[in-house]
Design a protein. Structure first.
Length: 235
């Protein structure tokens, strides 16, 4: 059920992006609310998995994949629409690729991004990346930031004059809060990714040490066999 929610979120996202491109004022306004629902589903799938005791490695990976599709697609969409600079999707996409590659290293060791088998190795890195405080604050920042950007698209439409959004965006404080949420989302995206890279390096070093140890054990055995062969003794 939780995995189904993740898939539905992604499908709704594609529909939402299509609605944004209709450039119809009320359609885009309602799409902002739809995007809020899509992000609310991110918490719902985790709650359902815990409620049904159905948490799994597949579910954790699928959840992250769904989040990546939603976030990256929206950043690219708003950059293409000229609402935000191209720097935003470039930063977020680069972070996504690097962090997910690093997480795959830990996954090979049986570690998951979140949950009881989390890859995070200290309380500090766990707090920055996997704690409820970190995940909820980042989730809210993204959700409200993307709603703001969606409504900004609606506000720039010709038929927005004199309507509700026109009055809201007239307030400088509202615009400042919206941009703060957008910029903080990008900043938190980077900050939450750094501990993953740091802790993943431990698993890489462990794997390299294991390979080096295996090589060291094989070399004396190979040398002994070669020495026996030279003396004509059976290996």
């Amino acid at each position: 059920m939780a995995n189904l929610i993740t898939v539905v979120r992604v499908l709704l996202l594609f529909g939402a992006i299509g609605l944004i491109y209709t450039k119809s004022y009320w359609v885009v306004v309602i799409t902002g609310l739809l995007i809020a629902v899509i992000f609310a589903g991110d918490g719902l799938d985790g709650w359902v998995a815990r409620r049904r005791n159905a948490s799994s490695r597949l579910g954790a990976v699928l959840d992250i994949a769904g989040d990546r599709v939603v976030e990256n697609a929206l950043w690219v969409t708003f950059a293409v629409l000229g609402v935000i600079g191209i720097w935003a999707p470039l930063i977020v996409l680069t972070r996504s690729f690097v962090v997910d590659v690093m997480r795959s290293v830990a996954l090979a060791e049986g570690k998951t991004p979140f949950g009881d088998s989390t890859m995070m190795r200290s309380r500090f890195t766990w707090f920055l990346t996997a704690s409820r405080v970190s995940r909820v604050s980042y989730g809210w920042s993204k959700a409200l930031g993307f709603v703001f950007l969606t409504w900004l698209v609606a506000w720039r439409l010709p038929d927005a004059d004199g309507r509700v959004l026109d009055m809201m965006f007239d307030y400088q404080a509202f615009r400042a809060l919206g941009w703060f949420l957008v910029y903080s989302s990008v900043a938190m995206c980077v900050i939450r990714g750094l501990p993953v890279i740091y802790d993943a390096l431990h698993y890489i070093r462990e794997e390299q040490a294991a390979e080096s140890g295996a090589r060291t054990r094989r070399e004396p055995a190979a040398a002994s066999i070669a020495d026996r062969s030279e003396r004509g003794e059976p290996a």
